[in-house]
Design a protein around this ligand. Structure first.
Ligand SMILES: [Zn+2]
Ligand SMILES: [Zn+2]
Length: 245
């Protein structure tokens, strides 16, 4: 009887806590249900607070300093997030520097008739505000030698300190199916796996496919990261927006 009463008390308390939290969560939610075409898709809630996200007309604008929220040898030895290079790493001479990035991407991306090529420099933005680059080094050379300079999280800075990922950002993709970020065409990038835990076998030549994801239960075109080139994408499946830096 005592135990039964304890369970009742627990249920009552738990119920109270739930009631208590409801007003806060409904007020603070941007909501994917019942939204209009001008509301921010809930997937954008994955961005860290350091990234400013807003809807401006038919676009989503993301402003970021582009610095990682994790350790790296490229912070420089006096920085709190500094870590020593890992075994075999060939550290490049650059240090991480704060950037002034503005990505303007379509709010409602659409699959375009043709795939457009990505260029060197930013092709997208990860949910931690770090820039995504394509599968090439300077001169459109393969990443073969650059890969040696990636830190344990698979990033490195270029000559003006812009830190970026060309390949899977291991800080973000711990379980494989996480939202990594968005490319300039507004389509999301996911880890290697789909939400059911399987590796997709139907990626198109841009490196994506259409299907449901954690954030898009009704389905969307999305890219997947692979361990081999092109790693993130091989072009934009939609029409790319712009980035200023
Ligand atoms: Zn690079
Ligand atoms: Zn998928």
């Amino acid at each position: 009887m005592k135990a039964y009463r304890a369970v009742l008390t627990f249920v009552a308390l738990f119920g109270l806590q739930c009631d208590d939290s409801n007003p806060t969560s409904s007020t603070g939610s941007t909501g994917s249900t019942g939204g209009t075409s001008t509301s921010l898709p809930s997937a954008f809630n994955h961005f860290v607070d350091a990234v400013t996200v807003s809807v401006q007309g038919t676009n989503i604008v993301l402003e970021a300093e582009g610095i990682p929220n994790h350790t790296s040898p490229y912070w420089g030895s006096s920085h709190a997030l500094y870590e020593a290079p890992h075994s075999g790493m060939v550290v490049n001479p650059n240090n991480i520097a704060s950037q002034n990035l503005t990505f303007t991407i379509p709010l409602q991306p659409e699959v375009a008739p043709t795939i457009s090529a990505t260029s060197l420099g930013p092709v997208g933005i990860a949910v931690n505000g770090v820039v995504l680059y394509n599968q090439y080094a300077a001169g459109n050379a393969p990443l073969t030698s650059e890969i040696l300079s990636f830190d344990r999280r698979n990033g490195h800075p270029q000559n003006f300190g812009q830190y970026h990922y060309h390949i899977e950002p291991l800080f973000i993709t711990e379980n494989g199916s996480e939202l990594v970020g968005f490319l300039l065409d507004g389509f999301p990038v996911y880890g290697q796996k789909d939400q059911n835990g399987t590796l997709p076998t139907d990626l198109d030549t841009a490196h994506g496919h259409t299907g449901v994801t954690h954030d898009y239960p009704d389905g969307t075109y999305h890219y997947h990261i692979t361990t081999d080139a092109p790693y993130i994408s091989d072009g934009y499946r939609g029409s790319p927006g712009t980035v200023t830096q």
